[in-house]
Write a protein that binds this ligand. Structure first.
Ligand SMILES: Nc1ncnc2c1ncn2[C@@H]1O[C@H](COP(=O)(O)OP(=O)(O)OP(=O)(O)O)[C@@H](O)[C@H]1O
Ligand SMILES: [Mg+2]
Length: 314
């Protein structure tokens, strides 16, 4: 059975259905992403899974435990990193992590060891005595993560952990999440940044207005849009060169779906599977056609979101 099983989950706030019949499973050792714009229902879904919010309808089973019946047991295996940073400003970094880890019953030397490890893990070993008010936003985000993982949770739930951090902190956070997975944890990750989700998630659910609109690996999702990429080659066609014959020849190459010539630019649509870019460039060179510029366009999750909803992800 899947590690996390969510079936037809419904959560209402008054008249608003924040989560509208969402179903998904997360396998053990997977990084599962929830991607969606503001208000999609990502945090609400996570709050249900982490037992912070009740729900109106549906089933949630985690590690074989029913969330309606075994709340306290489920709490023990989950680590939550909330979207709004939840740390105490009057406590040092060390005391913050210690406080949260001790809520899970860690004591004595194990507590001390785990706290130091969690701080090292997020790259804050040299800040253990620092209070959050003297830290940068990125450091506070990282401390927030340390507080959520110090008790060695088997299921780690991260709600937009990289909002407002610089590229370096962001990379550090993403690498840490990969390491947690490699150590055997199962991870649920939310973001409205497409690139991040593409970068670290094994599978992705795209949600919008409380509904799940697509689910799969990045490749599966993108192939819903098209399995083709467009390569635009800007060249200079010498006098007397038979452009039409050249285009016909390109068209016959493996994986090539379409060839279109417009002024100096020849556009070749080629199957992503066949990855024919190099062969196409070689063909230009074989015909002594100079390559002044080359651009390729691959469909991405934004393209998919646009196709499914008519709106951009961000
Ligand atoms: N406590 C609440 N009371 C009433 N409405 C709420 C509450 N929490 C969330 N909502 C509403 O539920 C919907 C989903 O909100 P949610 O926070 O789950 O979205 P999100 O995908 O996490 O968005 P964001 O990217 O902005 O964090 C929104 O319309 C929001 O206004
Ligand atoms: Mg949210």
């Amino acid at each position: 059975m899947s590690y996390v099983y969510v079936e037809n989950l419904v959560k209402k706030y008054g008249d608003l259905t924040a989560v509208d019949h969402i179903s998904f499973t997360v396998e053990k050792g997977e990084i599962f992403g929830l991607l969606g714009p503001n208000g999609a229902g990502k945090s609400t879904t996570l709050n249900v899974i982490t037992t912070l919010t009740d729900f109106n309808k549906g089933e949630v089973i985690i590690n074989g435990l029913d969330i309606r019946k075994d709340k306290s047991q489920i709490k023990q295996i989950i680590g939550m990193v909330p979207q709004d940073i939840a740390i105490y400003n009057h406590l040092s970094a060390y005391e913050n992590v210690k406080f949260f880890a001790s809520l899970y019953g860690l004591r004595g030397s194990r507590l001390r060891k785990n706290v130091l490890e969690a701080l090292e893990f997020v790259g804050l070993s040299d800040k253990i005595k620092e209070k959050p008010k003297n830290m940068s936003g990125g450091m506070r985000r990282r401390l927030n993560i340390a507080c959520g993982i110090a008790h060695d949770p088997r299921l780690i739930v991260l709600d937009e952990p990289t909002v407002g951090v610089d590229t370096q902190s962001r990379e550090h956070i993403l690498n840490s999440i990969r390491q947690l997975r490699d150590r055997g944890a199962t991870v649920i990750y939310t973001s409205h940044y497409m690139q991040e989700v593409e970068e670290i998630c094994d599978r992705i659910a795209i949600i919008d207005k409380g509904k799940m609109i697509a689910l799969g690996t990045e490749r599966e999702l993108v192939s819903m849009v098209t399995d083709v990429k467009s390569i635009y080659v800007e060249t200079r066609i010498p006098a007397g060169f038979d452009r039409e014959a050249f285009c016909k020849k390109l068209k016959l190459m493996p994986g090539v779906k379409a060839v279109k010539a417009e002024d100096a630019v020849i556009r070749v649509d080629v199957s992503i599977e066949q990855n024919g870019t190099e062969r196409i460039i070689q063909e230009f060179l074989n015909h002594r056609l100079p390559i002044d510029n080359i651009k390729s366009e691959v469909p991405n999750l934004d393209t998919l979101f646009l196709t499914l909803t008519g709106r951009e992800l961000r």
